[in-house]
Design a protein around this ligand. Structure first.
Ligand code: G3H
Ligand code: PYR
Length: 210
């Protein structure tokens, strides 16, 4: 049994921050800001050198956070993320090598899909919680509505082009459990260590839903 199912991950928070941390010293303050603002599922991307260390540190320092790895592109990164302590693994895409790797580990895998064929591939591996990426340029809400007729059992986390203007429209869809994005964790604010701005953006995101 997986420790935390993919559905558990997607139901714990209506929004998942796609976090790019390029300086390890910002990892804990950023994660703390988000968790205190009501966002406890964190996707730490492996786009930076300190991504794996950030996962490890946040796991140690912020027990309330549910910490996953994002931008996992190959089986080596998949394993490194698990060793670092990732509780779930997200990829922008879906490949046979990642799917094969995911079978070996007791950690939920949420691959990225953008087409019906990719959804069908995920289904072959019994994966029913998927990232829809990049959402807006692949048809956005209309594509998700079309997927819903054909794949009613699939739950999506649309990501890519989601922002403060459209996230509620996505969350209103029956096959969307949460949305992912960077609009409330802008890299410019992280670099400037402007955690007050991130707290404000995160809180207004959460308040918009209630
Ligand atoms: O690189 C894309 C991220 O996964 C999230 O997309 P975003 O910056 O449009 O929210
Ligand atoms: C697209 C995304 O969230 C990722 O890089 O995994």
């Amino acid at each position: 049994m997986k420790k935390l199912t993919a559905l558990d991950v997607l139901t714990q928070s209506p929004v998942i921050p796609v976090m790019v941390i390029d300086n390890l010293k910002n990892a804990v303050p950023l994660a703390k800001t988000l968790v205190e603002s009501g966002i406890k599922v964190l996707e730490i991307t492996l786009r930076t050198e300190c991504g794996l260390d950030a996962i490890k540190l946040i796991k140690q320092e912020i027990p309330d956070a549910i910490v996953g790895a994002g931008t996992v592109l190959n089986p080596v990164q998949f394993e490194q993320a698990i060793i670092a302590g990732a509780q779930f693994i997200i990829s922008p895409g879906i490949t046979e090598s990642l799917l094969q790797k995911s079978i070996l580990f007791d950690v939920s895998f949420i691959p990225g899909v953008a087409t019906a064929s990719e959804i069908m591939l995920a289904k072959q591996y019994d994966l029913h919680c998927l990232k829809f990426f990049p959402a807006e340029i692949n048809g956005g809400i209309k594509a998700l509505q079309a997927f819903s007729s054909v794949f009613p059992e699939i739950t999506f986390c649309p990501t890519g082009g989601i922002n403060e203007k459209n996230y509620l429209n996505y969350l209103n869809l029956k096959n969307v459990m949460c949305v992912g994005g960077s609009w409330f964790v802008p890299l410019s604010a992280v670099k400037q260590e402007n955690f007050a701005l991130i707290a404000q953006l995160a809180q207004s995101t959460i308040e918009g839903i209630q």
